[in-house]
Unconditional design. Structure first.
Length: 372
């Protein structure tokens, strides 16, 4: 699931021309002499041929480098405007679409969102009763972020013979473990709130996992899947844990897609969804779209008008509602821009699974009252 970029990229509404570059950024081999030596020149030449200004060509060439310390495969997406790099994203993994080097009236964020959508972002937390590791995996882009936690190693256990002392020390031990897990739960809640992962995978000591889950917010609890693995223990198989995590994430991805498809079909059957390009544009103009679902390859080749202000997109220049027309642009880029500017989510799915096999559909925040 893709979160809106509007708050992270306020330049999205500004007029162009914009240079959009999405390229393989892996460092090449000695044999092929690829990447860092020839890529900047290739990007600069392509943008110059597309009509970019000398300032933009120079800025793009400087940005089209291989990132240091990132193992292949790695991709790079960046936007240039008025000789300045406005957005620069280094993305793990191979290109999710074909290479893009273009100049247009608006930034084309389709490649970036497609790359991010190529793998679900997730949280993986491995916990014991005194230590923990919490990782955020950003899916199709960005490096894994890890937080380590070290709590009290108070290992008081039951006192032989039972009686009052046994209960007292057992309670103290439980409280120490609980204090150790609270910061872990807080870190997970923070990631869920800020990064909107698709799943939270817990592994480790069974009791510690249970304590972490008890401390989580409802939003985080709804995402939790606990797997039977604990690499903190001696002789644990890390590869087995990785396989379990990958399988859990893959299952969550498939379930998310299924839920979106079923919900969209249900709402379309009730007349509570926008189905088709025209209806989707109309809903975007009204800020009515909660989730835009499209097959960008199916709508490629069609054009819409990008606007400098709300309603942000129009099927014709006569629908601009007084906003400045920035230009006639490719429909996928115009739709995605309008969705992000109205805080809508964007999901890419093949048209075969959309209602009536249409290329664009939208789940709505509300449905208009029927005409009287």
């Amino acid at each position: 699931m893709i979160d809106p970029l509007n708050d992270k990229f306020p330049a999205l509404e500004l007029a162009g021309p914009w240079c959009t570059v999405y390229v393989d950024a892996s460092t090449g081999t000695v044999d092929t002499l690829e990447a860092k030596d020839v890529r900047p020149g290739n990007v600069s030449a392509a943008l110059e041929a597309a009509g970019a200004s000398p300032e933009d060509v120079a800025a793009a060439g400087a940005a089209a480098t291989s990132p240091a310390g990132r193992p292949a495969p790695v991709s790079r997406f960046f936007l240039v405007r008025n000789g300045r790099v406005e957005l620069d994203q280094v993305l793990d993994g191979e290109l999710a679409t074909t290479q893009v080097i273009e100049v247009g009236a608006i930034p084309n964020l389709v490649p970036l969102l497609k790359h991010r959508a190529s793998a679900m972002p997730y949280v993986f937390a491995e916990v014991s009763r005194s230590t923990a590791s919490v990782q955020f995996h950003p899916g199709g882009g960005g490096a894994v972020v890890t937080q380590e936690f070290e709590g009290s190693d108070d290992t008081l256990t039951k006192v032989p013979g039972g009686g009052w002392s046994q209960g007292k020390y057992q309670h103290r031990t439980e409280e120490v473990w609980r204090q150790n897990t609270r910061p872990v739960a807080e870190a997970i809640d923070d990631l869920v709130r800020r990064q909107q992962p698709g799943v939270v995978v817990l592994a480790g000591d069974v009791r510690a996992c249970g304590m972490v889950e008890e401390e989580l917010s409802k939003a985080s609890k709804d995402l939790v899947v606990t797997i039977p693995s604990h690499t903190f223990t001696q002789g644990a198989d890390e590869e087995h844990t990785e396989d379990l995590v990958e399988a859990t994430v893959a299952e969550s991805e498939a379930l998310e897609v299924q839920e979106v498809v079923e919900h969209l079909a249900e709402q379309a059957g009730k007349g509570n969804a926008a189905v088709g390009l025209g209806e989707a544009v109309s809903a975007l103009q009204q800020g009515q779209v909660d989730t835009l679902v499209l097959d960008e390859s199916a709508v490629a080749g069609k054009h819409l008008y990008a606007l400098a202000a709300a309603p942000w997109v129009a099927a014709g220049s006569d629908q601009a509602a007084g906003a400045e027309v920035l230009g006639e642009v490719e429909a996928p880029a115009a739709l995605v821009r309008a969705a992000l500017l109205t805080d809508a989510k964007v999901i890419f799915l093949p048209k075969a699974v959309l209602p009536d096999a249409t290329e664009v559909a939208a789940l709505l925040r509300w449905t208009p009252a029927p005409a009287q």
